[in-house]
Design a protein. Structure first.
Length: 272
């Protein structure tokens, strides 16, 4: 069960939400990468937002499955989530508009109210348990951190989806066992290893778009392998081909066009 439920009233109203349960569900969906199974649909990463999970995690709301469905459809009509039903599974993802919803409001921190007595007391009270200003600032900082992590997670989802598309185009029968693990490993490559989304996608394009990169096709079949082998692949992609490699490339291209051995010899003699 989710222990803490927080609602940003101003943000919810600005987005057109008039039902507090819908605001809570939207906030819960924004954390779907941490609790829901990812599903790639039409080249996009969705999450299986099981109604039973939503009901059990948001237990205090006492929501029935049909009620949750109506709330999801309302969020769709507001343009906050995309919704696809696959084999009785409710698959959702935040839209660009939906991603603007966040918990906490900078302007509230500046209000001089009984809930935020920033001008009351003396300097020594600043870091006491009785000072809500300090507490709120800490919570707001965590909200910013979560927003940053969410951005990185979006990039990880995009790279994982892109890699899967490339693999399945080359091998249509390929089935991913755990896409969530792919996203987690790629997220580590971004946050811990310092890679960028563009570097990882560029590496994938090198694998599937060059002869030297083709060697890695059967060796990079997950986000984990993409992360593990990135340094080696990056170095190889930056190396200039040797004369032998150039010759091998030419031979492959000539044979690939159906030339005979004699035609191959003649063309090599001409340097063509």
């Amino acid at each position: 069960m989710k222990f803490t439920i927080t609602v940003n009233q101003k943000q919810a109203k600005d987005l057109g939400i008039t039902n507090i349960n819908q605001a809570i569900i939207l906030g819960f969906i924004s954390e779907a990468h941490s609790w829901a199974e990812p599903v790639v649909l039409e080249g996009e990463v969705y999450y299986w937002a099981s109604r039973s999970v939503i009901s059990s995690e948001l237990e205090l709301l006492d929501l029935k499955a049909d009620t949750i469905y109506r709330h999801l459809k309302s969020l769709v009509s507001l343009g906050l989530i995309d919704y696809i039903k696959i084999n009785k599974k409710d698959c959702v993802r935040l839209t660009k508009k939906g991603k603007t919803y966040y918990v906490g409001n900078e302007s509230e921190k500046e209000q001089n109210s009984d809930l935020n007595p920033k001008k009351l007391g003396n300097e020594s009270e600043k870091h006491s348990d009785l000072n809500p200003t300090y507490q709120y600032t800490k919570e707001h900082k965590n909200t910013k951190d979560k927003s940053s992590v969410a951005t990185v997670c979006d990039d990880a989802q995009e790279v994982a989806s892109y890699l899967l598309q490339k693999i399945q185009k080359h091998q249509p029968t390929f089935k991913v066992q755990n896409l969530k693990a792919w996203i987690r490993d790629i997220d580590l490559a971004l946050r811990v290893d310092g890679r960028t989304k563009e570097e990882l996608i560029g590496c994938i394009n090198w694998i599937y778009g060059t002869q030297r990169g083709n060697f890695w096709i059967p060796n990079v079949l997950s986000g984990k392998k993409l992360r593990e082998k990135f340094n080696t692949m990056q170095m190889q992609s930056q190396q200039k081909p040797t004369q032998k490699q150039n010759a091998n490339t030419m031979v492959d291209e000539i044979y690939g066009n159906g030339a005979t051995a004699q035609e191959l010899i003649e063309r090599m003699e001409r340097g063509a």
